[in-house]
Design a protein. Sequence first.
Length: 503
Amino acid sequence: MLVVYSSLAALVVLLAILVLRRSNSKLPPGPKGHWLFGNAFQVPLRNPWEWFQTVGIQLNSEIISLDMFGKPMIVVNSQAAADELFGRRSTNFADRPTFPMINDLMGFDWNIAFMKYGERWKARRAIFRKTFQPPAIYDYKPNIERGARTLLKLLFEKPEDFPRWIRHSIGVIILSSTHGIDVRMDHDPYMDAAEKSTDALSHAITPGAFLVDSIPLLKYVPDWFPGAGFKIKAKEWKKAATRAPQITFDYAKGEIERGTNKPSVVSRYLKDLEENGTWSKEQEDAVRDASGVMVFAGTESAASSISTFLLAMVLHPEKQKKAQEAIDVAIGQERLPDFSDEGKIPYIEALSREVLRWRPVAPTGVPHYTNKPDHYQGYYIPANCLVIGNSWAILHDSAVYGADADDFNPDRFMTNGELNKDMPDVKATFGFGRRACAGQYMAELSLFMIAASILAVFDIKKPLDENGNEITPSDQYETGGILHPTPFKCRIIPRNDKAATLL
């Protein structure tokens, strides 16, 4: 009997795929796929964003369509198309798919990045935007400066552990701002929880990583069933996913109740709810989730961009020297940079933009989802369709950023010693439309301050082999939802004796 039901189910799925495929004749162009599986097994698990870009170039189209088991998926490869669809038509492109693996099985449904568009999402998004938009964001500048100073001291003491120090210093900035937590140097429980949570998500966020996202019915397959290993993994990852936002929130709430809290996002919101008489369990949950996302998204994305900055400096010493000269001219060598120097060192701003452009933190971001049918330049976009904004393709567009778009070159953002106002910004690295990252200002301020501080004090050089010869690190990146350089080594050395006295 089981065989009969299985055969009938397979037949229904096959017929559904064939019907869907017949109705998709006016979709954007796409690569030829398998008669049954479409392009599902053509999309590479490693760096799919580069493949999407290549397909778009080959087909001479700003948007492409892929056949994922009979269901179309649209990829947007140009800024113009992204602005039109995700921006001007945001009401139709602001939703998210259901994410069977991430939300249903792994428990990330508290994260606004994966929530369906609606009142629950709006409540959490409003907290995020109110906190990390100007002028409120400026309240956290002292925390950013403190995190940058902490990083300098740690790099001076033990430079070879720079990946660890980067994460610790970002934790100092983020957790003090969101929850009033002083991060421990070793085995901090809140940082450990955040890192385990982001590590869990990194396995599932890459498009095509798990078949259950293309065939949601697979989430009902028993754990013992052949090929159901993803369910066992999801159960383990769920522990990390749900623990991270709760323990940080519980700490902040406990400090408030004891009257020992430090100013933070959580303390401000909870006190406002109490004083205004607007407290409710729903409101408190919104604060917990929003502050959890700030930690979750902020630590991982900032660690990515700062690691990219260091790698770029190792690989491009001439750009490093130019940036150091710009700092010396602007503020001298008698003090460390601070936020009073914003606008005085345009080359550092250009360098920061180039870091975000060269290796965007989340190359494909999180897929958007249509609520109704739409059209773009004569092409049909169905309702209930995944639409991916390919930040990588947009930020590596040679028609916009020049023939050297794949190279690291901060000078593309400069003209006559000032920022080039005619050069497009790098907003695509933060996503699109109503789903754009609300932490953009925090990310930009942190990268500017940390980059300027490191370059004011240190030279970043290639590592040496046993014979004293320089070794050039790889410029390759680990694949995943968040880009990180493959582990590399470098030498971080004080520029001079005077620089060391600034710490």
